[in-house]
Ligand binder design. Structure first.
Ligand code: 0WE
Length: 255
């Protein structure tokens, strides 16, 4: 069993019980980690906090990652409360809904900017804030999607953001490697979350992904949590800059 007793993890991106952030939080909690769990705003607070209250020792924090002041004050609070950080999980992405449908060529300048700022710059910002607290080394984990590499119709501008996120993982891994801070991404197969619910053809996509994948099923949030637990633990001490697929093998198929 992986034991993260005495380790502290901060998790970004909790909206509800279907959130990938929640699957990850549950697995880290089960392994004994102390959790700081963050939700974006007042609108998400009640639901997020009721989940957080289920985990003894976990604390909820409100932080909108598009706001530098909120990031700064969050990390001041985290330093006061925990002194040190060991794990950071970034499970945050957003593009305006009108940029996730229709022709990619119609991607708006504003949609491009928002998708990259919320889904990619936010990782750079929290990594920079967290690194000084990771005094015994650390593990930074983000979430990506296969559409960064191969076309998934309608994913559109988010695909560009995920491609950039994957490159960001490599550059952060290089920057932070000398501090023994590892940076990796989990490329999860499609999961029915709040973020995915807006997608019209999600049901069809889940079915097609399960049909084609070697394991002939979809992945769930706890399986993503399992990979995050591995990346949070000394079992992955030589793994950095990687994209780890948790997709029932979907990505290996050529036909
Ligand atoms: O990364 C994602 C979803 C990211 C996402 C979802 C939304 C919906 C609501 C980002 N921004 C928004 N903005 C909204 O207003 N996935 C991997 C899930 C996903 O999203 C898709 C997919 C899949 C799979 C969009 C189009 C096609 C497939």
């Amino acid at each position: 069993m992986i034991d993260l007793t005495g380790r502290t993890a901060v998790v970004f991106g909790l909206a509800n019980k279907r959130s990938i952030a929640w699957g990850i939080a549950l697995k880290l909690h089960e392994a004994g980690a102390t959790l700081a769990i963050c939700y974006q705003n007042e609108r998400l607070k009640a639901e997020a906090q009721s989940l957080i209250d289920e985990l003894p020792g976990a604390t909820g924090f409100q932080c909108d990652l598009s706001n530098d002041q909120e990031i700064n004050s969050l990390f001041i609070t985290l330093k006061e409360k925990y002194s040190r950080l060991d794990v950071l999980v970034h499970a945050v992405a957003f593009a305006p809904p009108e940029d996730l449908k229709g022709a990619f060529i119609n991607t708006s300048r504003e949609g491009f900017r928002i998708a990259h700022e919320v889904s990619v710059y936010s990782l750079i910002a929290v990594a920079r804030a967290a690194a000084p607290l990771m005094t015994e080394g650390g593990s930074i984990i983000t979430l990506t999607y296969f559409a960064a590499e191969k076309v998934v119709p309608n994913y559109n501008v988010m695909a560009l953001a995920k491609a950039s996120l994957e490159a960001t993982v490599r550059y952060l891994a290089w920057d932070l490697g000398s501090k023994n801070i590892r940076v990796n991404a989990i490329s999860a197969g499609p999961i029915k979350t709040l973020a995915a619910r807006g997608i019209g053809a999600l049901g069809d996509m889940l079915k097609a992904a399960a049909d084609r994948a070697p394991l002939h099923r979809n992945v769930d949030q706890l399986e993503v949590g399992g990979a995050a637990l591995f990346l949070s633990s000394p079992l992955s001490s030589a793994v950095t800059g990687e994209i780890i697929y948790v997709d029932c093998g979907y990505n290996i198929m050529g036909f």
